[in-house]
Design a binder for this molecule. Structure first.
Ligand code: CP
Ligand code: NVA
Length: 309
């Protein structure tokens, strides 16, 4: 009997208890690397990565991450694979998963990673689709845990486009028991038909960004134009005017609120330089933590929980 691999395709693939384990494991792996100690838990294992969109953080953190655990990475960019010439995704999944031990995919449609996973013998990780970015939100919540502790019962404010990041935040809110209040202009709001009843209960829309931010523990935003939406540049710039995180807006958040952004950021558009480069910003910690949170994730998908001394 073959057991089905465990995938991470959306944030809802993890339970709150599993996330608690991942946070403690990520913290340990991070502390050890900072002391120059590298784990060897994935010695000899290979992570295959398929990139159909650009990346800096995801590429570097997964590639260095697997190496820090004793394994190797194979990186395929969109045009390097036969997928770009029409080879069916199920065929590609069967072949790559017969050789690699895990697969990370960054692509356009969520359906592609779901189809790949359905035909894969090994764990598949979503490294960003048009619909979700679960590795980033897992890391952001780990970063909050490091700096502020438990997120349960708190409020996260999202200002701007209802994009892949926001949908992963909403799923995380449902799994981990916090609220998301978001401000977005008409035409760029969350499609409620994509949410479960529980996810809808965790979400509140506010017309005014100040109402979304009021009392929030985390204030977060993302680019107004995501990868693949470049043709909508001008229209989006007009629509999102007034949906910028700036120092005046941050004043409405909790006194110890942190600012988060998955990066890359556009200073002067969705966030001002004084906020992203200011004292409340955790953006560089979030970026570094991609490495440690994802190491814990890959280990978990391949080996289950690691007993630590
Ligand atoms: N935040 C993030 O996923 O960055 P990259 O696009 O550089 O991978
Ligand atoms: N929403 C952005 C995130 C980039 C990491 C995009 O999809 O381009």
């Amino acid at each position: 009997m073959t057991t089905q691999p465990k995938h991470f395709l959306t944030f809802a693939d993890l339970t709150c208890d599993e996330i608690g384990y991942l946070f403690s494991r990520a913290r340990l792996l991070k502390e050890r690397v900072h002391m120059g100690q590298y784990a060897n838990t994935l010695k000899g294992r290979t992570l295959a990565m398929i990139f159909e969109k650009a990346s800096t953080r995801t590429r570097v953190s997964f590639e260095i991450g697997i190496m820090q655990l004793g394994g190797n990475a194979v990186v395929l960019s969109g045009n390097d694979t036969q997928i770009s010439r029409g080879e069916p995704v199920p065929d590609t999944a069967r072949v790559i998963s017969s050789m690699a031990d895990a697969v990370m995919i960054r692509t356009f449609q969520q359906q592609m990673v779901e189809t790949f996973a359905a035909h894969s013998r090994v764990p598949v990780i979503n490294g960003l689709t048009d619909e979700h970015h679960p590795c980033q939100v897992l890391t952001d919540l780990y970063t909050f845990f490091e700096h502020r502790g438990n997120i349960a019962g708190k409020s996260v404010a999202w200002v701007g486009d209802a994009n892949n990041m926001l949908y992963s935040w909403i799923q995380a809110a449902s799994v981990m028991g916090f609220n998301v209040r978001y401000a977005a202009p008409d035409g760029y709001r969350v499609d409620l038909s994509r949410l479960s009843e529980n996810e809808k209960d965790c979400l509140q829309w506010c017309a005014d960004p100040a109402d979304a931010v009021r009392g929030a523990a985390i204030v977060t935003t993302d680019v107004w134009v995501s990868m693949g939406q470049e043709a909508e540049n001008e229209k989006r710039f007009r629509a999102f005017e007034g949906f910028q995180v700036n120092a005046e807006l941050m004043r409405h958040a909790a006194a110890d609120a942190v600012f988060m952004h998955c990066l890359p950021a556009h200073r002067g558009e969705e966030v001002t330089a004084d906020v992203i480069d200011g004292a409340q910003s955790l953006v560089w910690e979030e970026a570094e933590n991609r490495l440690h949170a994802q190491k814990a994730l890959i280990e978990f998908l391949l080996l289950g929980r690691i007993k630590t001394d």
